[in-house]
Structures are given as structure tokens and as C-alpha cells.
Design a protein around this ligand. Structure first.
Ligand code: P61
Length: 465
């Protein structure tokens, strides 16, 4: 691919050089002990200044390009009709192909507006695995999420190349049981976050589209990491190697009726999001609601300069060299951790490496929150911040109020885009290996404060024993 002589392997490197640096602060173990105690053993409650390498999330943590920073200086901060809105609208049309744009301050605001418009009490929304904010907004609108992802997605060890695929038989059963009139849309995420950043294949999405079209059901796309998904399609799906990532992104979007988007991921910005739609009447309703909750329909909670940065970032997100290096860095970290014998979700995903806390800590019951405990221990040991994605994140069943105890009990090491180097990844992998060696000493946590919604953000814990 690089044109090197046969037999000689050429490494790829990041397609950028670094123009500005931000110093990192190292802490002592005593400082970290105090910090994690003060944070109630929840990495969301740590101060970022107490963190060495921050792999909490890839959301809003990207390094913007010089082109994006230049775009920030071209912000047109008019209340109405900002030039940057029209740039963003054009970028969404060019990169994704959706006709109408409703800007929002971030992804969950787009989910809020869409759910309010499309979901009636008693409705059912099938999807390829839940996402925390997406499902909550569906529930707040009176709907119920039903998981129709392939079974392999719930098995960390399965190496199925498209663990984001929908199980069509499951989807057909949901339609038969509830009737198409109770299903306002099927919710399809690309690079499925809670499954470990796992892609859906074009073939499967096409089949979902056909099935939904037969029943007159919309397909709404969570496009948050669509470029990363497209990279995996190019790499893995038969017949797709010759297509560009940009063309695959368009093909994915063309198979759906609209999207919700958190621009804080693929689009390489620190804040922003949108709803993009093809249907005129849904667009009209969304434009009416955005002024209630977000701001005028030509800014939706974003500054003009933010919209410009998103517009530029959308184009950058589908550049092949960028996306190969982005996903390549995640694969590099994952392979290192795997080589140390630490159980992780396979195949390695798009935006992070997901440690299998259930396999690592079989002696800790799931109601003692093994992934939460492992993330806290990793911070204590090394100053590396990760995120729990297990029983705490899954929350309680709205009817029984019991913990959901999901099959996936994971710690996510999420890699911000264009921020850390390979040397940082080496340190992270070594830190994870060290914690894994001491895993027998990890006892689990007791939850002592539990917020009502999205509890993982603010819950507090105490160590057992
Ligand atoms: C993340 F712990 N993701 O992965 P907003 N859809 C998808 C997302 O990944 C996503 C949103 C919608 C975050 C931030 C976050 O439980 C959590 O712009 C596939 O964050 O509103 C966000 O987009 C929502 C972290 C969100 C969480 C919810 O780190």
C-alpha cells in the first residue's frame, strides 16, 4: 500500500506534526489516593489536573487542526443567519448527504429533539445496542428501547468482524410482536460504542433498510463515529477495499433517513452536534423544537466559530490518512495490551480498547462493580484515567428497578484523536498489565450515592474491606 519493496514492511505514521504542546502533570501515589477517595472512586469525578494520561473519553478531547483553528477566527457571531451555519449545512450535505440540518450544542440534544418528535408513549425503538443518553431520551419520551444486535456483540471474546450488525430475525420478531405502527424508527449506530467500537457492515445495513422499507419504518443513524465504521468496512468487508472512506460514509448515510450526531467525536471538535434529516415534515418539527431547547435554528446552541470548526472537521474526518492513523493508534494500544495477556474485547474497536473486567475479576460479583473498581485501581496505580462501561453504566431496569447486570462488564480506555503519541500508548499498556498482575487484590466497591438518571456520571462508591 505504501509502495515499499516486496517483503520490506513500512510503518505508517501520523499524517501531521505537532505545533503546540500542553504539559502533563505527574502525580504521586499519595496524591492519587487522596484524589480518587475525594472522587468517590468514580473517574468522572476526578479533576483533570490530577490525571496523567486521560483516556476517559474521545468526546470533545480531540486536537483541532490548524485549518480548524483558522476557521474559528472566521466565526460570524450573528444571532441569525451566521455564515458558518451555511458552511456547516453544506458540509453535512457533502460529507453525509442529508438534506436538512438542525444544529444542536451536542449529540444528546439532537437525541432529545428527535425523541420528542418521533416517539409516542408505548412505542418501541429497536437498535443495535443501547447507548446511555440515546436510550434515556427514548424512555423520557415514553418509548422503550429493544436490543436487536447480533448475539456476538455481547461476547467479548467473539472475533466476528461486524459485531455492530443487526440480527435481522430479532428485528423481524420485534416488528411482528409490536406492529410497525408502534415502531417510529429503528436506531442504527455506527462503530457501536457500548459493544466496544464495533462496526456494522454495509451488507447488513442494506438488509435492515430493505426490511424496514417493507414495513414503512424509518432508519435513524447515530453517526457519531461513522467515519471510523467506514474505515473498518473498507478494511474488512468483501468488495469494499477499492472504495474511499468518504464514499462508504455516503453509502451508509444514503441507507438511512436522518441522523443524530455528536460532533465531539469523528468531527474533531471540542463541542457541537446536530440533527440531519431528509423528511421535510420531521425537519420542520425539529426546527420548531430547537428554538425551545437550544437556540435559533441557525446556531442551535453553538457559536458561529464552533460551527465553522465542525464544518472543517467533517471533511477531515473522512480523509483516509487521518482515519487510518486514528484507528491504527487504537489497534496499536489494543495489541500491546493483548500481548500482555490481559483480556479485552475483540476485535479491537475503533475508538478505544475495552478491558474485560468480568474475565479479569471473576471473584468480584457484578453488583460490586468490578469494572468501576478496575478503573479506580488503574488510576491509583498509574494516573491513567479510564471509564466504567458495565453494571453502573447500564443502570436499573425502569420497571423492576434492579441493576441490569449486562453481559459486558468493561473498562474503556478511550483514545482522544491526534492528542497522544505511541509512547503514551506504551505507558498505558504497561500500566494496565501491572494492574492486571495485581488483580487478585481488587475487592470491588459499594455504591453509596446513586443519582436517578445516567448514574455513572456522578455516583459515589466506597471500597470494600
Ligand atoms: C463518550 F459515559 N459519547 O463516548 P454527546 N451517541 C454516541 C455517543 O458516543 C455519545 C452520544 C451519542 C460519549 C460522551 C458520554 O454515558 C455517557 O455529545 C454513540 O456526549 O451529548 C457520547 O453525545 C451523546 C460519555 C456520553 C458517557 C454518555 O464518551
Amino acid at each position: 500500500m505504501t509502495g515499499s519493496a516486496p517483503g520490506r514492511r513500512r510503518s505508517w505514521a501520523e499524517p501531521y506534526k505537532i505545533k503546540m504542546v500542553e504539559p502533563l502533570r505527574m502525580t504521586t501515589r499519595e496524591e492519587r489516593e487522596a484524589a480518587i477517595r475525594e472522587a468517590g472512586y468514580n473517574t468522572f469525578l476526578l479533576r483533570s489536573e490530577d490525571v496523567y494520561i486521560d483516556l476517559l473519553t474521545d468526546s470533545g478531547t480531540s486536537a483541532m487542526s490548524d485549518r480548524q483553528w483558522a476557521g474559528m477566527m472566521l466565526g460570524d457571531e450573528a444571532y441569525a443567519g451566521s455564515r458558518n451555519f451555511y458552511h456547516l449545512e453544506q458540509a453535512v450535505r457533502e460529507v453525509y448527504g442529508y438534506r436538512h440540518l438542525v444544529p444542536t450544542h451536542q449529540g444528546r440534544a439532537a437525541e432529545h429533539i428527535l425523541s420528542k418528535i418521533l416517539i409516542a408513549p408505548g412505542d418501541v425503538i429497536p437498535g443495535n445496542m443501547y447507548f446511555t443518553t440515546t436510550r434515556l431520551h427514548q424512555e423520557l419520551a415514553g418509548g422503550r428501547f429493544v436490543d436487536v444486535i447480533v448475539d456476538e456483540a455481547h461476547d467479548p471474546a467473539s472475533e466476528h468482524p461486524f459485531k455492530g450488525d443487526v440480527d435481522l430475525a430479532k428485528l423481524e420478531r420485534v416488528i411482528a410482536e409490536h406492529g410497525a405502527e408502534k415502531i417510529p424508527y429503528v436506531c442504527i449506530a455506527t462503530a457501536v460504542n457500548m459493544a466496544g467500537g464495533q462496526p456494522i457492515s454495509l451488507a447488513n445495513l442494506r438488509a435492515v433498510r430493505e426490511l424496514c422499507a417493507r414495513h414503512g419504518i424509518r432508519v435513524i443513524h447515530d453517526a457519531t463515529r461513522v467515519a471510523e465504521n467506514a474505515y473498518f468496512i473498507k478494511d474488512r468487508e468483501p468488495g469494499c477495499a477499492g472504495k474511499s472512506v468518504a464514499a462508504i460514509v455516503r453509502e451508509i448515510c444514503d441507507l438511512t433517513d436522518g441522523c443524530t450526531m455528536s460532533a465531539k467525536k469523528d468531527a474533531l471538535v471540542n463541542i457541537g452536534g446536530f440533527l440531519a434529516l431528509n423528511e421535510d415534515d420531521v425537519f420542520d418539527a425539529a426546527r420548531n423544537l430547537v428554538v425551545v431547547y437550544e437556540g435559533l435554528h441557525t446556531y442551535g446552541g453553538m457559536a458561529g466559530r464552533d460551527m465553522e470548526a465542525v464544518a472543517i472537521g467533517l471533511h477531515e474526518s473522512v480523509e483516509y490518512d487521518h482515519i487510518r492513523a486514528r484507528v491504527g493508534q487504537v489497534l496499536y494500544l489494543g495489541q500491546k495490551i493483548r500481548d500482555f495477556g490481559v483480556p479485552i474485547v475483540l476485535p479491537i474497536g475503533s475508538h478505544g480498547v475495552f478491558l474485560d473486567a468480568r474475565a479479569s475479576l471473576p471473584h468480584v460479583d457484578q453488583d460490586l462493580y468490578p469494572a468501576q473498581a478496575l478503573a479506580a485501581e488503574l488510576y491509583l496505580e498509574s494516573g491513567v484515567r479510564a471509564m466504567e462501561r458495565g453494571n453502573v453504566s447500564a443502570g436499573r431496569d425502569p420497571v423492576t428497578r434492579e441493576n441490569r447486570r449486562p453481559r459486558l462488564e468493561l473498562v474503556r480506555l478511550t483514545v482522544p484523536r491526534r492528542v497522544y503519541t505511541q509512547a503514551h500508548m506504551d505507558v498505558v499498556a504497561e500500566s494496565v498489565a501491572e494492574v492486571y498482575e495485581q488483580r487478585a487484590a481488587i475487592k470491588g466497591l459499594r455504591m453509596v450515592y446513586e443519582p436517578k438518571d445516567l448514574r455513572f456520571f456522578q455516583a459515589r462508591f466506597e471500597p470494600l474491606g
